[in-house]
Every structure is written in C-alpha cells, then in structure tokens.
Design a protein around this ligand. Sequence first.
Ligand code: GBH
Length: 488
Amino acid sequence: VANVNRHEARKFPDGMLLGAATASYQVEGAWDEDGKSENIWDTLTHREPCVIAECHNGDVADNSYHLYKRDVEMMRELGLDFYRFSLSWSRILPTSFPDKINEKGVEYYNNLIDEMLKYNIQPMVTLYHWDLPQKLQDMGGWANPHIVDWFTDYSRVAFELFGDRVKYWFTINEPREVCYQGYGSASMAPLFTMSGYADYICSKNLLVAHAKVYHMYNNEFRPTQGGTIGIVVSMKWYEPVSEEHAEAAEDLTQFEWGIYANPIFSKTGDFPQVMKEKVAAKSKAQGFPRSRLPEFTPEEIELVKGSSDFLAINHYTTNMVYRNESVFGYHASPSYYDDIDVILYTDSSWEGSASPWLKVIPWGFYKLLTKIREDYDNPTIFITENGFSTRQVLVDDDRVSYYRQYLDVMLDAIEDGSDIRVYTAWSLMDNFEWLQGYTQRFGLYEVDYESPDRTRTPRKAAYVYKEIIRSRTLDFHYEPDMTLPLTI
Ligand code: GBH
C-alpha cells in the first residue's frame, strides 16, 4: 500500500524474459494413462491418501495431459515470453531406463512444445521436479550413487527427443527440497526421515548427477543444439535477529543453500567449509567413525565446479535466525538442524499468505540478490519461481501486491548491477501443492476442481501480470477491468 504512493512506473530492462511455471505431477494428471508407470507421488498419495490435505492426490490434477491446448491459450492470453514446465520421467521411460521409450508420453510433450512454439512461447524444461520413478526409489533413489547414471541416461533421452526445440534446460528443481524434505523429514515423498545422514548422501549424489548431465549436454548436444542449462536452487533469505547473530544466519545460509551453490558457483568448489567442520565435529562427538557429510573426491569437486550456465533461483520468503544456549538439545540428534545449531522462525507481525511458511518480505529478496552478486561474482541469474498463495478467490489483491513488491526490489537489484535475465511467476494456474493438496492456491488462473473440465479462470493477478508483460513496465497504479474477458 505504501508503495502505491511512492512509485512511478518502472521499465524492465530490454531482453528480460517474463513467464510462468508449473511442474508435471502438479498439473498433468493422467497418472496411469498411455503407458506411464508409477512415480513416488503416485505411490505416496495412493498408499497413504490422507497424508495429503483433505486426502487429495494428483491422479487428475489440472488434467493438463488432455488440456494442454487450453494451457497454451492461457499463456497467449497472458502474453508470456516463455513457459517453464517439467517432464515426467516415468511417463517417458516407464521402466525408468532408456531400454523402452513410451511414444505416447513423448507425443504429449511434443504436442505441448509445438503448440507453444507456434505462438512464439519459449519452452523452458525442468528434467526433474520431484516425481522419481518408483522403481528407482525402491533401489534407494537419490541415496543410491547409481542415480548418477540413471539420471544421465534419462536426460540424454530428453535432449535427443526435445533438444532441437528446447533451448533452456534445468536439471533439478530445488535440491534442498528433494534431499532434506524427502530424505531428512516427512514433508516430501518418499518421506524418508533419516536426517543428518540420508539427506547429505542425497545432496552429494544429486550434485554429481547434475554435473554429469551438464557436461554431457555441453559435450554431446550444445554444439548442435546451442541451448543453455543449469540447476534450480531454492533460496530463502535468513535475517539475524541482531548483529551478534550474523554468524548464525550465515551458518544456516550455508547449510540451506550454500550446500548447493558453493560446490557449483564458488571459486573453491566443494561443500561450504563451515558445513564440513560442523558436521565432522558433531559426528565425532556422536561416535560416528567418519563425518556424516560425505566427501567429494578431488575429481568430483572439479566436475561440479562451474557446472551451470546460470544460477536459477526459486525465492518466496524470509526467516529470522538466532543462536543462544536454548538451541542445545532443541533439535533431535543427530540431525541436519542439530548440526546447524540455530533456531529460525517467521515474525508474527509479518503479512502472511495461505501457506504458513510464506510471508511477504520483499526486502529479504533484495538482500538475497545482493548477497549472491557479492558472494559468487555476479552470476547470471534466472528467477525460476516466485509467487504467493491464497485460498480460492478471483480478486486476489494480496497476490497482486506481493508480485509488485517483489518485482520492484528485483528491479532495484538490477539497478545495483545484478545480472537477472529471467523472471518466472509460480504458477500459471492452481495445482497440486504437494502435501497441501489443493488447499493452497498459487495460480494466476484459478482452477475449478469440482468441475470435470477443470475450468481455468483468470484472477486479478493474471490481468495485472498481462499488463506488466505487455508494457514491460511495473505500474503500481494500474487497475484492470475484470468485467472484460482476458483475451489474446
Ligand atoms: C516450490 O518450492 C516448488 O518448486 C513448487 O513445486 C511449489 O508448488 C512451490 O514452491 C509452492 O510451494 O510446509 O513448513 O514444511 C518452494 C520451497 C520449501 C516451499 C518448503 C514449501 C514447505 C515448508 N518450498 N516449504 S513447510
């Protein structure tokens, strides 16, 4: 609200790409159609339906497998430069391996990509957004070092099939959520709660798998296909409660996303020094014969270092951090959070969303972008997700306000010299919000889950985002007329 009076309209830099994103399991549905095999979200939602809010699942989701033409129509209504979506591994390779390619699954992605290109909307493709084939999970998933080969083989198939038309590739969406939430806590499939151990093993395997795929693309495909490829890291801003807690906030930052950014984007490579020291010391005191944090070999450090053309960031929110005596014994031991020794929280005065974790703190985004510019020598940045959740509602003024405030500080960071080329709204439309089912809505379009047609209706934020893209301008004063349809 304060910003409305403060701001003149601001231009986006020339060449900046504006788009929106989704992910396969969250929108596709068709969970067992046309030869697709089961992934870890099919298994979880079927075996333990009520682990998900209101016992929802992604069996039908937004039915995008059948409604992709409507999805592309929405992209055109918004005027998107690009659309970021992910591939379902078990839809393309039902055995998990490249011995059999599922033509029907491939056809779906070909249709989607071709329909987008017809209207000059660039496909940006995530190879892995959390829906691991179940068979690979049964063999340990990301905790099994063979995942490096499995993921490389699958990715090669994707480059061969789609790389003639897809020029933007993301290997893995949010390693922290894959590894910590999936293997260290019960908040993502496979709900494997072995914190302080399995999550670290996952982190190492995932980084090596990512790097192998990066180099494979570089050597085998880039010369002919000419695209760009990198990894997507989720990054919160961690704000110390006071200056004396700055070290606690920095330690937490290194554990939460330095663990993925440092090996790739720092000059030294490898896991952050503070992580190596802290986990080694704790492990020793706990009677482990070696650190619970696995080591990279010198060859692996070199392989991973520099293995991304850009730093892709998913950013939503900020946490406060402190460390005092009360932290000792606060977290279960051994565990990831016990290794870090900090306490984090969101301030009760902060403006919220429909997701308890998501608070509106644009200054945190600004500080994050500043830190990345300084710590990693001003890398090229793609913002691959940013967005806000509501309940079911078409006039979503708080989402509009969130987007404006976050875009505003992003433009500040660009003025300061940050090299930000891409901005992506999460999400094009409401979708299956993992353990929250359909109770938390992130869409520019609302989806009606009561209707067999999964009718999509533009929210106010869709009208506002369309005008931002059309005018290449952020104007806090713009008020859309929602009585008019959103047309192409
Ligand atoms: C993104 O993750 C995902 O890439 C996307 O699939 C998802 O739909 C989107 O966010 C919106 O959530 O409930 O307290 O355990 C963003 C990072 C970190 C956000 C973990 C949710 C769960 C916190 N996510 N967080 S909690």
